[in-house]
Design a protein around this ligand. Structure first.
Ligand code: FES
Length: 94
């Protein structure tokens, strides 16, 4: 998790302008400034592939360093769906 260091330097205007996020969030795609929450919302809205994430929120379309994390987030979503489908199928057969 990214942590922000608040420095107590009276002459620094950059620190004064720094506006930390209101909620805990981790930037996943640095190039587009997208947090894990924004990407998770895009996945919940129906993005199932890296290409769809790129089209919907621009995640992963620049340097590509975030793509492994995005794949992991997409994989979590797929595994979660599979478990839900399996439990739903199991309850129908019993
Ligand atoms: S960090 Fe996501 S495209 Fe560069």
């Amino acid at each position: 998790m990214t942590r922000f260091l608040r420095m107590n330097i009276s002459s620094s205007t950059a620190v004064d302008r720094f506006d930390p996020p209101k909620v805990n969030a981790m930037i996943v795609c640095v190039c587009e400034g997208l947090s894990d929450r924004e990407i998770a919302q895009t996945i919940q809205a129906g993005a199932n592939t890296l290409n769809e994430l790129g089209h919907r929120c621009r995640a992963g379309i620049d340097c590509g360093r975030c793509r492994e994390m995005l794949r992991g987030m997409l994989g979590d979503r797929c595994r979660s769906h599979a478990r839900t489908a399996e439990s739903g199928a199991a309850s129908q057969t019993t």
